[in-house]
Write a protein that binds this ligand. Sequence first.
Ligand SMILES: Nc1ncnc2c1ncn2[C@@H]1O[C@H](COP(=O)(O)OP(=O)(O)OP(=O)(O)O)[C@@H](O)[C@H]1O
Ligand SMILES: [Mg+2]
Length: 150
Amino acid sequence: MKKILIPIDGSEASKKAAEKAVSVGKLIDAELTFITVANLPTEDKYSYFGMTVENAFIANRKNMLKQLIVEEGRMLDILVRNIDTENLRINKKVIVGVPAEEIVKLAAEEKFDFIVIGRRGFSKVERFFVGSVTQKVISASPCPVMVVNV
Ligand SMILES: Nc1ncnc2c1ncn2[C@@H]1O[C@H](COP(=O)(O)OP(=O)(O)OP(=O)(O)O)[C@@H](O)[C@H]1O
Ligand SMILES: [Mg+2]
């Protein structure tokens, strides 16, 4: 059975990618895995020359991350609930880390056949041809990547 990986950041573009992935999935009876990578600035950012600057952010980071994981899980549930996936096999994952790295790592480790990703995400600025996450995924992916334009 073919496996499709669908990275979701909650943006309209990622929703379009999800819808496209589902319609392709129906054609080939694929198993779909929706993944969101939750990310917060690292504590390293607040450590200067070996001295850690104690601040409220560091103290709360763990709690914020925990909350973020719950919220992102909810976001994925709502997204998937709003698409008619018929009887396709669906998985949902929330992973903590650097988005492009985690997406590529999972694609390799779990041998996905292809990735369906949005051309853009939340960024309002049209600086680049594609968003930075998509750009890195295209460059480093072990499998073909389908980029969905909105
Ligand atoms: N944290 C994430 N977890 C899962 N998928 C993501 C994540 N961030 C982005 N994506 C995927 O990558 C697509 C493009 O988003 P990307 O972040 O590359 O563009 P952007 O937000 O417009 O620009 P940038 O983030 O570079 O400022 C999204 O539609 C989504 O499919
Ligand atoms: Mg983005």
